[in-house]
Design a protein around this ligand. Sequence first.
Ligand code: ARG
Length: 576
Amino acid sequence: MNIRKFLEEKTRKHLEKLGVENPPLIKTASRPEHGHYQANGIMAAAKEKGLNPRELAKEVVSSIETEESSDSFNLEIAGPGFINITISKAWINQILSIISKDVRLGVSTQKRKKFLTDYSSPNLAKEMHIGHLRSTTIGDACSRILEFLGHQVIRTNHVGDWGSQFGSLLAYMNKLSKEEIALASELKDLENFYRKASQLWREDQKFADEARKFVVKLQSKDPECLELWSKFIEESMKHCQAVYDQLNISLKQEHVVAESFYNEKLESIVKDLTEKNLIAISDGAKCVFLEEWVGKDGEPTPAIIQKSDGGFPYITTDLAAARHRSQELNIDEALYFVDARQTLHFRQLFHIALKAGFTRKDQSFRHIPNGIILSKEGKPYKTRQGGAVKLAEVLKESISRAKSLVSDKNSALSEQEQIIIAEIVGIGAIKYAELSKNRNTDYVFDWEKMLSFEGNTAPYLQYAYTRIKGILNKSKRSNEKLSSDFSLQDPYEIQLALKLAQFTEAVESVVEDYQPNLLCNYLFELSQFFMTFYENCPVNTAEERIKISRLNLCDLTGRVLKKGLELLGIEVLDRM
Ligand code: ARG
Protein backbone atom coordinates (compact mmCIF):
# COMPACT_ATOMS: atom_id res chain seq x y z
CA MET A 1 0.00 0.00 0.00
CA ASN A 2 1.39 3.34 -1.12
CA ILE A 3 0.10 5.98 1.31
CA ARG A 4 1.46 8.90 -0.68
CA LYS A 5 -0.26 7.73 -3.86
CA PHE A 6 -3.46 7.07 -1.97
CA LEU A 7 -3.48 10.64 -0.65
CA GLU A 8 -2.56 12.01 -4.06
CA GLU A 9 -5.49 10.28 -5.72
CA LYS A 10 -7.91 11.17 -2.99
CA THR A 11 -6.97 14.84 -3.06
CA ARG A 12 -6.94 14.90 -6.84
CA LYS A 13 -10.48 13.55 -6.92
CA HIS A 14 -11.70 16.41 -4.74
CA LEU A 15 -9.75 19.00 -6.68
CA GLU A 16 -11.39 17.74 -9.85
CA LYS A 17 -14.79 18.06 -8.23
CA LEU A 18 -13.97 21.70 -7.73
CA GLY A 19 -13.10 21.96 -11.40
CA VAL A 20 -9.34 21.99 -10.91
CA GLU A 21 -7.14 19.66 -12.92
CA ASN A 22 -3.72 20.40 -11.46
CA PRO A 23 -2.18 17.64 -9.37
CA PRO A 24 -2.14 18.16 -5.58
CA LEU A 25 1.56 17.14 -5.44
CA ILE A 26 1.61 15.22 -2.18
CA LYS A 27 5.09 14.92 -0.71
CA THR A 28 6.40 13.56 2.58
CA ALA A 29 6.46 16.52 4.95
CA SER A 30 9.77 18.29 5.15
CA ARG A 31 9.44 18.85 8.93
CA PRO A 32 7.59 16.93 11.62
CA GLU A 33 5.58 20.01 12.63
CA HIS A 34 4.02 19.93 9.14
CA GLY A 35 2.52 16.52 9.78
CA HIS A 36 3.45 13.44 7.79
CA TYR A 37 2.65 14.56 4.26
CA GLN A 38 1.89 17.86 2.62
CA ALA A 39 0.02 18.93 -0.50
CA ASN A 40 2.21 21.41 -2.34
CA GLY A 41 0.22 21.83 -5.53
CA ILE A 42 -2.69 23.93 -4.34
CA MET A 43 -1.00 27.29 -4.86
CA ALA A 44 -0.13 26.57 -8.47
CA ALA A 45 -3.61 25.23 -9.09
CA ALA A 46 -5.25 28.32 -7.57
CA LYS A 47 -3.02 30.62 -9.57
CA GLU A 48 -4.00 29.00 -12.81
CA LYS A 49 -7.71 29.27 -11.99
CA GLY A 50 -7.39 32.81 -10.63
CA LEU A 51 -8.54 31.66 -7.18
CA ASN A 52 -7.33 32.54 -3.72
CA PRO A 53 -4.99 29.65 -2.75
CA ARG A 54 -6.01 29.52 0.92
CA GLU A 55 -9.67 29.57 -0.10
CA LEU A 56 -9.08 26.72 -2.53
CA ALA A 57 -7.21 24.75 0.15
CA LYS A 58 -10.16 25.29 2.50
CA GLU A 59 -12.61 24.07 -0.09
CA VAL A 60 -10.56 20.97 -0.80
CA VAL A 61 -10.27 20.17 2.90
CA SER A 62 -13.96 20.60 3.56
CA SER A 63 -14.87 18.58 0.48
CA ILE A 64 -12.69 15.70 1.69
CA GLU A 65 -13.90 15.99 5.27
CA THR A 66 -17.59 15.96 4.43
CA GLU A 67 -17.44 13.16 1.93
CA GLU A 68 -14.80 10.81 3.17
CA SER A 69 -15.77 10.73 6.86
CA SER A 70 -12.40 9.15 7.37
CA ASP A 71 -10.55 8.91 10.62
CA SER A 72 -7.43 7.80 8.75
CA PHE A 73 -5.87 11.21 8.54
CA ASN A 74 -6.22 14.77 9.66
CA LEU A 75 -5.95 17.79 7.37
CA GLU A 76 -4.76 21.24 8.26
CA ILE A 77 -4.29 24.32 6.12
CA ALA A 78 -0.96 26.03 6.52
CA GLY A 79 0.87 29.07 5.16
CA PRO A 80 -0.28 30.50 1.84
CA GLY A 81 -2.17 27.35 0.84
CA PHE A 82 -0.42 24.16 1.83
CA ILE A 83 -2.40 21.28 3.25
CA ASN A 84 -0.61 19.37 5.99
CA ILE A 85 -1.66 15.79 6.43
CA THR A 86 -1.23 13.77 9.60
CA ILE A 87 -1.90 10.06 9.50
CA SER A 88 -3.88 8.85 12.50
CA LYS A 89 -2.43 6.40 14.97
CA ALA A 90 -5.38 4.10 14.38
CA TRP A 91 -4.65 3.92 10.68
CA ILE A 92 -0.94 3.35 11.21
CA ASN A 93 -1.71 0.48 13.59
CA GLN A 94 -4.10 -0.96 11.07
CA ILE A 95 -1.63 -0.73 8.17
CA LEU A 96 1.08 -2.41 10.20
CA SER A 97 -1.20 -5.21 11.16
CA ILE A 98 -1.94 -5.80 7.47
CA ILE A 99 1.63 -5.65 6.20
CA SER A 100 3.01 -7.76 9.01
CA LYS A 101 0.82 -10.61 7.74
CA ASP A 102 2.00 -10.12 4.19
CA VAL A 103 5.13 -11.83 2.83
CA ARG A 104 5.48 -8.92 0.39
CA LEU A 105 5.34 -6.48 3.30
CA GLY A 106 2.56 -4.49 1.70
CA VAL A 107 4.22 -3.98 -1.67
CA SER A 108 1.77 -4.89 -4.40
CA THR A 109 2.76 -5.75 -7.96
CA GLN A 110 2.56 -3.27 -10.81
CA LYS A 111 1.03 -3.81 -14.24
CA ARG A 112 3.41 -6.37 -15.69
CA LYS A 113 5.79 -5.18 -18.39
CA LYS A 114 8.68 -6.80 -20.22
CA PHE A 115 11.96 -5.12 -19.33
CA LEU A 116 15.42 -5.75 -20.65
CA THR A 117 18.28 -4.62 -18.45
CA ASP A 118 21.68 -4.30 -20.11
CA TYR A 119 24.28 -3.99 -17.37
CA SER A 120 27.84 -4.82 -16.37
CA SER A 121 28.72 -5.62 -20.02
CA PRO A 122 32.52 -5.54 -19.66
CA ASN A 123 34.98 -5.89 -22.50
CA LEU A 124 36.53 -9.32 -22.24
CA ALA A 125 39.88 -8.13 -23.52
CA LYS A 126 40.48 -6.65 -20.07
CA GLU A 127 39.95 -7.81 -16.53
CA MET A 128 37.01 -6.22 -14.73
CA HIS A 129 38.09 -3.07 -12.94
CA ILE A 130 36.60 -0.91 -10.21
CA GLY A 131 34.67 1.18 -12.73
CA HIS A 132 32.50 -1.83 -13.52
CA LEU A 133 31.15 -1.76 -10.01
CA ARG A 134 28.71 1.00 -10.85
CA SER A 135 26.79 -0.39 -13.80
CA THR A 136 26.99 -3.88 -12.30
CA THR A 137 25.52 -3.14 -8.87
CA ILE A 138 23.01 -0.49 -9.96
CA GLY A 139 21.77 -2.59 -12.86
CA ASP A 140 21.47 -5.63 -10.65
CA ALA A 141 19.56 -3.84 -7.88
CA CYS A 142 17.15 -2.31 -10.40
CA SER A 143 16.60 -5.70 -12.03
CA ARG A 144 15.77 -7.25 -8.67
CA ILE A 145 13.39 -4.45 -7.77
CA LEU A 146 11.59 -4.52 -11.13
CA GLU A 147 11.14 -8.25 -10.71
CA PHE A 148 9.85 -7.83 -7.17
CA LEU A 149 7.33 -5.33 -8.53
CA GLY A 150 6.02 -8.07 -10.78
CA HIS A 151 7.73 -7.27 -14.08
CA GLN A 152 9.44 -9.69 -16.41
CA VAL A 153 13.13 -8.83 -16.53
CA ILE A 154 15.50 -10.09 -19.20
CA ARG A 155 18.97 -9.53 -17.78
CA THR A 156 21.56 -9.03 -20.48
CA ASN A 157 25.31 -8.95 -20.25
CA HIS A 158 26.39 -7.36 -23.54
CA VAL A 159 30.04 -8.31 -23.18
CA GLY A 160 32.61 -7.06 -25.67
CA ASP A 161 34.17 -10.18 -27.14
CA TRP A 162 35.00 -9.08 -30.66
CA GLY A 163 37.26 -6.64 -32.44
CA SER A 164 40.87 -5.89 -33.20
CA GLN A 165 41.97 -5.77 -29.56
CA PHE A 166 41.74 -9.56 -29.55
CA GLY A 167 44.46 -9.87 -32.20
CA SER A 168 47.45 -9.57 -29.90
CA LEU A 169 45.82 -11.61 -27.16
CA LEU A 170 45.23 -14.48 -29.54
CA ALA A 171 48.70 -14.19 -31.03
CA TYR A 172 50.17 -14.32 -27.54
CA MET A 173 48.00 -17.22 -26.54
CA ASN A 174 48.97 -19.05 -29.69
CA LYS A 175 52.65 -18.48 -28.96
CA LEU A 176 52.23 -19.81 -25.46
CA SER A 177 50.44 -22.94 -26.47
CA LYS A 178 53.14 -23.59 -29.04
CA GLU A 179 55.76 -23.26 -26.39
CA GLU A 180 53.65 -25.61 -24.34
CA ILE A 181 53.38 -23.45 -21.31
CA ALA A 182 50.40 -24.38 -19.25
CA LEU A 183 47.76 -21.99 -20.50
CA ALA A 184 45.54 -22.38 -17.52
CA SER A 185 48.07 -20.99 -15.09
CA GLU A 186 49.01 -18.13 -17.42
CA LEU A 187 45.42 -17.11 -17.77
CA LYS A 188 44.90 -17.05 -14.03
CA ASP A 189 46.33 -13.61 -14.02
CA LEU A 190 44.56 -12.13 -17.00
CA GLU A 191 45.83 -8.65 -16.36
CA ASN A 192 49.41 -9.78 -16.53
CA PHE A 193 48.58 -11.74 -19.64
CA TYR A 194 47.23 -8.62 -21.36
CA ARG A 195 50.19 -6.59 -20.27
CA LYS A 196 52.68 -9.05 -21.70
CA ALA A 197 50.71 -9.37 -24.93
CA SER A 198 50.55 -5.65 -25.51
CA GLN A 199 54.17 -5.18 -24.57
CA LEU A 200 55.15 -7.73 -27.19
CA TRP A 201 52.89 -6.02 -29.65
CA ARG A 202 54.71 -2.75 -29.12
CA GLU A 203 58.21 -4.13 -29.01
CA ASP A 204 58.31 -7.08 -31.33
CA GLN A 205 57.66 -6.35 -34.99
CA LYS A 206 57.20 -10.01 -35.85
CA PHE A 207 54.68 -10.44 -33.09
CA ALA A 208 52.76 -7.33 -34.18
CA ASP A 209 52.47 -8.74 -37.71
CA GLU A 210 51.26 -11.99 -36.22
CA ALA A 211 48.67 -10.11 -34.19
CA ARG A 212 47.36 -8.34 -37.28
CA LYS A 213 47.04 -11.66 -39.05
CA PHE A 214 44.99 -12.91 -36.15
CA VAL A 215 42.57 -10.02 -36.49
CA VAL A 216 41.99 -10.89 -40.13
CA LYS A 217 41.73 -14.59 -39.31
CA LEU A 218 39.23 -13.90 -36.57
CA GLN A 219 37.11 -11.76 -38.84
CA SER A 220 37.15 -14.35 -41.58
CA LYS A 221 36.12 -17.02 -39.04
CA ASP A 222 39.17 -19.21 -39.48
CA PRO A 223 38.25 -22.34 -37.48
CA GLU A 224 41.54 -22.73 -35.62
CA CYS A 225 41.54 -19.09 -34.70
CA LEU A 226 37.93 -19.30 -33.57
CA GLU A 227 38.81 -22.20 -31.32
CA LEU A 228 41.60 -20.28 -29.69
CA TRP A 229 39.33 -17.27 -29.37
CA SER A 230 36.53 -19.20 -27.70
CA LYS A 231 39.02 -20.68 -25.24
CA PHE A 232 40.17 -17.22 -24.37
CA ILE A 233 36.62 -15.86 -24.04
CA GLU A 234 35.67 -18.77 -21.86
CA GLU A 235 38.59 -18.10 -19.52
CA SER A 236 37.89 -14.39 -19.39
CA MET A 237 34.20 -15.00 -18.77
CA LYS A 238 35.10 -17.30 -15.88
CA HIS A 239 36.90 -14.41 -14.24
CA CYS A 240 33.81 -12.22 -14.60
CA GLN A 241 31.54 -14.93 -13.27
CA ALA A 242 33.75 -15.38 -10.22
CA VAL A 243 33.42 -11.66 -9.51
CA TYR A 244 29.63 -11.77 -9.96
CA ASP A 245 29.30 -14.74 -7.65
CA GLN A 246 31.42 -13.16 -4.98
CA LEU A 247 29.58 -9.84 -5.32
CA ASN A 248 26.19 -11.57 -5.14
CA ILE A 249 25.23 -10.26 -8.58
CA SER A 250 22.43 -12.22 -10.19
CA LEU A 251 24.10 -12.39 -13.63
CA LYS A 252 24.77 -15.90 -14.89
CA GLN A 253 26.25 -17.39 -18.04
CA GLU A 254 22.77 -17.61 -19.57
CA HIS A 255 22.46 -13.82 -19.47
CA VAL A 256 25.46 -13.26 -21.70
CA VAL A 257 24.58 -12.10 -25.18
CA ALA A 258 27.98 -11.05 -26.42
CA GLU A 259 28.75 -8.61 -29.21
CA SER A 260 29.80 -11.48 -31.48
CA PHE A 261 26.23 -12.78 -31.34
CA TYR A 262 25.31 -9.95 -33.70
CA ASN A 263 28.13 -10.50 -36.22
CA GLU A 264 25.90 -12.12 -38.80
CA LYS A 265 23.38 -9.32 -38.57
CA LEU A 266 25.64 -6.35 -39.17
CA GLU A 267 25.50 -6.48 -42.98
CA SER A 268 21.74 -6.37 -42.89
CA ILE A 269 21.82 -3.33 -40.62
CA VAL A 270 23.82 -1.49 -43.26
CA LYS A 271 21.52 -2.79 -45.99
CA ASP A 272 18.39 -1.66 -44.17
CA LEU A 273 19.80 1.76 -43.46
CA THR A 274 20.85 2.10 -47.09
CA GLU A 275 17.39 1.15 -48.32
CA LYS A 276 15.87 3.73 -46.04
CA ASN A 277 18.20 6.33 -47.56
CA LEU A 278 19.85 7.01 -44.26
CA ILE A 279 23.40 6.22 -45.36
CA ALA A 280 25.88 8.67 -46.86
CA ILE A 281 29.50 7.98 -47.72
CA SER A 282 32.09 10.16 -46.05
CA ASP A 283 35.82 9.51 -46.51
CA GLY A 284 34.98 6.02 -47.65
CA ALA A 285 33.00 5.22 -44.51
CA LYS A 286 29.26 4.58 -44.45
CA CYS A 287 27.67 7.10 -42.14
CA VAL A 288 24.29 8.21 -40.91
CA PHE A 289 24.07 11.97 -40.77
CA LEU A 290 21.56 13.16 -38.25
CA GLU A 291 19.91 16.46 -39.00
CA GLU A 292 18.63 16.32 -35.44
CA TRP A 293 22.15 16.35 -33.98
CA VAL A 294 23.92 19.36 -35.24
CA GLY A 295 27.50 19.80 -34.06
CA LYS A 296 29.19 23.04 -32.98
CA ASP A 297 30.00 23.81 -36.60
CA GLY A 298 26.30 23.71 -37.50
CA GLU A 299 26.79 20.56 -39.55
CA PRO A 300 24.92 17.31 -38.79
CA THR A 301 26.98 14.89 -36.65
CA PRO A 302 27.85 11.69 -38.48
CA ALA A 303 27.62 8.26 -36.87
CA ILE A 304 29.91 5.79 -38.66
CA ILE A 305 28.12 2.52 -39.35
CA GLN A 306 30.78 0.82 -41.45
CA LYS A 307 34.40 1.91 -41.57
CA SER A 308 36.26 2.34 -44.84
CA ASP A 309 38.14 -0.92 -44.21
CA GLY A 310 34.81 -2.74 -43.95
CA GLY A 311 34.91 -3.08 -40.15
CA PHE A 312 31.87 -2.37 -38.00
CA PRO A 313 32.12 -0.05 -35.00
CA TYR A 314 30.45 -0.30 -31.57
CA ILE A 315 27.22 1.45 -32.64
CA THR A 316 26.46 -0.98 -35.47
CA THR A 317 26.48 -3.92 -33.09
CA ASP A 318 24.27 -1.92 -30.76
CA LEU A 319 21.85 -1.19 -33.61
CA ALA A 320 21.61 -4.92 -34.26
CA ALA A 321 21.11 -5.52 -30.54
CA ALA A 322 18.39 -2.87 -30.35
CA ARG A 323 16.59 -4.39 -33.32
CA HIS A 324 16.84 -7.84 -31.74
CA ARG A 325 15.51 -6.55 -28.43
CA SER A 326 12.65 -4.77 -30.13
CA GLN A 327 11.62 -7.28 -32.74
CA GLU A 328 12.67 -10.69 -31.46
CA LEU A 329 12.30 -10.15 -27.74
CA ASN A 330 9.45 -7.68 -28.11
CA ILE A 331 10.36 -5.82 -24.95
CA ASP A 332 8.40 -2.88 -23.57
CA GLU A 333 11.36 -1.12 -22.02
CA ALA A 334 15.11 -1.50 -22.43
CA LEU A 335 17.39 0.02 -19.82
CA TYR A 336 21.10 0.46 -20.55
CA PHE A 337 23.11 0.93 -17.36
CA VAL A 338 26.28 2.44 -18.76
CA ASP A 339 28.82 5.12 -17.89
CA ALA A 340 27.70 8.71 -18.60
CA ARG A 341 30.60 9.12 -21.01
CA GLN A 342 28.59 7.09 -23.52
CA THR A 343 25.65 9.48 -23.50
CA LEU A 344 26.16 10.68 -27.08
CA HIS A 345 26.52 7.09 -28.29
CA PHE A 346 23.15 6.13 -26.82
CA ARG A 347 21.40 9.24 -28.08
CA GLN A 348 22.55 8.48 -31.58
CA LEU A 349 21.78 4.80 -31.20
CA PHE A 350 18.19 5.19 -30.02
CA HIS A 351 17.52 7.90 -32.52
CA ILE A 352 18.82 5.98 -35.54
CA ALA A 353 17.17 2.76 -34.36
CA LEU A 354 13.76 4.44 -34.20
CA LYS A 355 14.20 6.32 -37.46
CA ALA A 356 15.21 3.13 -39.25
CA GLY A 357 12.26 1.24 -37.83
CA PHE A 358 14.49 -1.15 -35.87
CA THR A 359 12.59 -0.20 -32.73
CA ARG A 360 9.01 0.96 -32.21
CA LYS A 361 7.64 4.19 -30.83
CA ASP A 362 5.61 2.39 -28.17
CA GLN A 363 8.79 0.89 -26.74
CA SER A 364 11.11 2.77 -24.49
CA PHE A 365 14.88 2.59 -24.89
CA ARG A 366 16.74 4.43 -22.18
CA HIS A 367 20.30 5.05 -21.17
CA ILE A 368 20.65 5.06 -17.37
CA PRO A 369 23.98 6.83 -16.95
CA ASN A 370 26.35 6.75 -14.00
CA GLY A 371 29.30 8.90 -12.98
CA ILE A 372 32.77 7.61 -12.22
CA ILE A 373 34.58 6.54 -9.05
CA LEU A 374 37.17 8.98 -7.72
CA SER A 375 40.13 8.79 -5.38
CA LYS A 376 40.26 11.01 -2.29
CA GLU A 377 42.22 13.51 -4.38
CA GLY A 378 39.24 13.83 -6.67
CA LYS A 379 40.94 12.08 -9.60
CA PRO A 380 39.75 8.88 -11.30
CA TYR A 381 40.54 5.96 -8.98
CA LYS A 382 43.72 4.27 -10.26
CA THR A 383 46.56 2.12 -8.94
CA ARG A 384 49.70 3.91 -7.79
CA GLN A 385 51.22 3.12 -11.18
CA GLY A 386 48.22 4.75 -12.85
CA GLY A 387 46.64 1.50 -14.00
CA ALA A 388 43.09 0.23 -13.62
CA VAL A 389 42.26 -1.16 -10.18
CA LYS A 390 41.16 -4.76 -10.56
CA LEU A 391 37.70 -5.38 -9.21
CA ALA A 392 38.71 -8.76 -7.83
CA GLU A 393 41.46 -7.07 -5.80
CA VAL A 394 39.03 -4.51 -4.42
CA LEU A 395 36.72 -7.27 -3.20
CA LYS A 396 39.61 -9.09 -1.58
CA GLU A 397 40.76 -5.99 0.22
CA SER A 398 37.28 -5.16 1.43
CA ILE A 399 36.81 -8.61 2.90
CA SER A 400 40.18 -8.50 4.62
CA ARG A 401 39.46 -5.04 6.06
CA ALA A 402 36.06 -6.29 7.24
CA LYS A 403 37.77 -9.27 8.84
CA SER A 404 39.97 -7.17 11.11
CA LEU A 405 37.00 -4.96 11.92
CA VAL A 406 34.93 -7.96 12.95
CA SER A 407 37.64 -9.51 15.09
CA ASP A 408 38.21 -6.15 16.82
CA LYS A 409 34.54 -5.78 17.55
CA ASN A 410 33.75 -9.29 18.65
CA SER A 411 36.75 -11.45 19.39
CA ALA A 412 34.53 -14.06 21.01
CA LEU A 413 33.51 -15.28 17.56
CA SER A 414 35.25 -18.31 16.15
CA GLU A 415 37.66 -17.82 13.28
CA GLN A 416 35.26 -19.65 11.00
CA GLU A 417 32.40 -17.34 11.97
CA GLN A 418 34.58 -14.28 11.54
CA ILE A 419 35.40 -15.30 7.99
CA ILE A 420 31.76 -15.75 7.05
CA ILE A 421 30.80 -12.42 8.61
CA ALA A 422 33.71 -10.63 6.96
CA GLU A 423 32.58 -11.80 3.52
CA ILE A 424 29.06 -10.51 4.03
CA VAL A 425 30.13 -7.23 5.64
CA GLY A 426 32.97 -6.59 3.19
CA ILE A 427 30.88 -7.22 0.08
CA GLY A 428 27.87 -5.42 1.54
CA ALA A 429 29.98 -2.36 2.32
CA ILE A 430 31.31 -2.01 -1.22
CA LYS A 431 27.96 -2.51 -2.86
CA TYR A 432 26.14 -0.23 -0.47
CA ALA A 433 28.73 2.54 -0.86
CA GLU A 434 27.94 2.40 -4.55
CA LEU A 435 24.17 2.06 -4.33
CA SER A 436 23.68 4.76 -1.72
CA LYS A 437 25.18 7.45 -3.96
CA ASN A 438 23.30 9.36 -6.58
CA ARG A 439 24.21 7.43 -9.70
CA ASN A 440 24.47 10.56 -11.84
CA THR A 441 27.38 12.05 -9.97
CA ASP A 442 30.96 10.92 -9.43
CA TYR A 443 31.81 9.71 -5.94
CA VAL A 444 34.91 9.28 -3.82
CA PHE A 445 35.90 5.73 -2.94
CA ASP A 446 36.62 5.79 0.78
CA TRP A 447 37.42 2.59 2.68
CA GLU A 448 37.02 4.10 6.16
CA LYS A 449 33.61 5.55 5.42
CA MET A 450 32.11 2.54 3.72
CA LEU A 451 33.30 0.15 6.43
CA SER A 452 32.19 2.32 9.31
CA PHE A 453 29.51 1.20 11.74
CA GLU A 454 28.25 4.76 11.84
CA GLY A 455 26.49 6.66 9.11
CA ASN A 456 24.69 5.53 5.99
CA THR A 457 26.64 2.31 5.45
CA ALA A 458 25.95 -1.38 5.03
CA PRO A 459 27.69 -2.30 8.32
CA TYR A 460 25.40 0.11 10.17
CA LEU A 461 22.30 -1.47 8.65
CA GLN A 462 23.59 -4.99 9.10
CA TYR A 463 24.39 -4.19 12.71
CA ALA A 464 20.90 -2.77 13.28
CA TYR A 465 19.55 -6.03 11.94
CA THR A 466 21.57 -8.10 14.38
CA ARG A 467 20.34 -5.88 17.22
CA ILE A 468 16.77 -6.67 16.27
CA LYS A 469 17.52 -10.37 16.06
CA GLY A 470 19.13 -10.14 19.48
CA ILE A 471 16.04 -8.53 21.01
CA LEU A 472 13.73 -11.11 19.49
CA ASN A 473 15.95 -13.94 20.66
CA LYS A 474 16.11 -12.56 24.16
CA SER A 475 12.34 -12.42 24.35
CA LYS A 476 12.34 -16.12 23.46
CA ARG A 477 9.54 -15.45 21.10
CA SER A 478 9.91 -17.33 17.89
CA ASN A 479 8.56 -15.80 14.71
CA GLU A 480 5.61 -18.16 14.52
CA LYS A 481 4.38 -16.99 17.87
CA LEU A 482 4.37 -13.33 16.92
CA SER A 483 0.91 -11.93 16.47
CA SER A 484 -0.05 -9.05 14.23
CA ASP A 485 -1.38 -6.94 17.07
CA PHE A 486 -0.11 -3.42 17.26
CA SER A 487 -1.09 -0.95 19.95
CA LEU A 488 1.39 1.77 19.23
CA GLN A 489 1.10 5.06 21.12
CA ASP A 490 4.50 6.49 21.88
CA PRO A 491 5.76 9.09 19.35
CA TYR A 492 8.93 7.03 18.78
CA GLU A 493 6.84 3.98 18.01
CA ILE A 494 4.65 5.97 15.66
CA GLN A 495 7.63 7.47 13.88
CA LEU A 496 9.08 4.01 13.27
CA ALA A 497 5.72 2.50 12.38
CA LEU A 498 4.93 5.13 9.78
CA LYS A 499 8.32 4.54 8.22
CA LEU A 500 7.55 0.84 7.98
CA ALA A 501 4.24 1.64 6.36
CA GLN A 502 6.18 3.63 3.75
CA PHE A 503 8.19 0.67 2.48
CA THR A 504 6.11 0.50 -0.70
CA GLU A 505 6.78 4.16 -1.40
CA ALA A 506 10.51 3.59 -1.05
CA VAL A 507 10.59 0.55 -3.33
CA GLU A 508 8.40 2.17 -5.98
CA SER A 509 10.41 5.38 -5.93
CA VAL A 510 13.53 3.49 -7.07
CA VAL A 511 12.06 2.57 -10.44
CA GLU A 512 10.73 6.05 -11.19
CA ASP A 513 14.20 7.05 -12.35
CA TYR A 514 16.26 3.98 -11.46
CA GLN A 515 17.79 5.36 -8.30
CA PRO A 516 18.57 2.67 -5.73
CA ASN A 517 19.95 5.39 -3.44
CA LEU A 518 16.34 6.28 -2.56
CA LEU A 519 15.84 2.83 -1.06
CA CYS A 520 19.19 3.14 0.75
CA ASN A 521 18.14 6.45 2.29
CA TYR A 522 14.90 4.86 3.37
CA LEU A 523 16.63 1.89 5.03
CA PHE A 524 19.07 4.20 6.76
CA GLU A 525 16.28 6.36 8.18
CA LEU A 526 14.37 3.27 9.16
CA SER A 527 17.37 1.99 11.11
CA GLN A 528 17.88 5.33 12.78
CA PHE A 529 14.22 5.44 13.80
CA PHE A 530 14.57 1.95 15.11
CA MET A 531 17.57 2.89 17.22
CA THR A 532 15.79 5.89 18.75
CA PHE A 533 12.70 3.80 19.37
CA TYR A 534 14.78 1.17 21.10
CA GLU A 535 16.62 3.71 23.25
CA ASN A 536 13.35 5.28 24.38
CA CYS A 537 10.87 2.45 24.55
CA PRO A 538 11.68 -0.58 26.68
CA VAL A 539 10.60 -3.79 25.00
CA ASN A 540 11.18 -6.84 27.12
CA THR A 541 10.38 -5.15 30.41
CA ALA A 542 7.16 -3.52 29.22
CA GLU A 543 3.70 -4.63 30.27
CA GLU A 544 2.54 -7.68 28.30
CA ARG A 545 0.25 -6.02 25.72
CA ILE A 546 2.79 -3.29 24.97
CA LYS A 547 5.60 -5.80 24.95
CA ILE A 548 3.87 -7.86 22.30
CA SER A 549 3.15 -4.82 20.19
CA ARG A 550 6.76 -3.66 20.47
CA LEU A 551 8.14 -7.07 19.67
CA ASN A 552 5.92 -7.10 16.61
CA LEU A 553 7.36 -3.73 15.69
CA CYS A 554 10.92 -5.06 16.07
CA ASP A 555 10.10 -8.11 14.04
CA LEU A 556 8.54 -6.12 11.22
CA THR A 557 11.49 -3.71 11.18
CA GLY A 558 13.84 -6.66 10.82
CA ARG A 559 11.82 -8.11 7.98
CA VAL A 560 11.65 -4.81 6.09
CA LEU A 561 15.37 -4.22 6.60
CA LYS A 562 16.20 -7.68 5.35
CA LYS A 563 13.90 -7.44 2.35
CA GLY A 564 15.16 -3.97 1.45
CA LEU A 565 18.79 -5.07 1.58
CA GLU A 566 17.94 -8.21 -0.34
CA LEU A 567 16.46 -6.05 -3.12
CA LEU A 568 19.80 -4.26 -3.23
CA GLY A 569 21.65 -7.57 -3.38
CA ILE A 570 23.04 -7.29 0.15
CA GLU A 571 22.89 -10.01 2.77
CA VAL A 572 22.21 -9.76 6.49
CA LEU A 573 23.52 -11.73 9.48
CA ASP A 574 21.84 -12.91 12.65
CA ARG A 575 24.85 -11.91 14.68
CA MET A 576 28.17 -10.20 14.16
N1 ARG B 1 31.29 -3.04 -23.37
C1 ARG B 1 30.97 -1.65 -23.26
C2 ARG B 1 32.06 -0.92 -22.48
O1 ARG B 1 32.79 -1.54 -21.74
C3 ARG B 1 29.66 -1.41 -22.54
C4 ARG B 1 28.48 -2.00 -23.24
C5 ARG B 1 27.19 -1.43 -22.76
N2 ARG B 1 26.03 -1.96 -23.44
C6 ARG B 1 25.73 -1.67 -24.70
N3 ARG B 1 24.67 -2.27 -25.22
N4 ARG B 1 26.39 -0.81 -25.41
O2 ARG B 1 32.18 0.27 -22.63
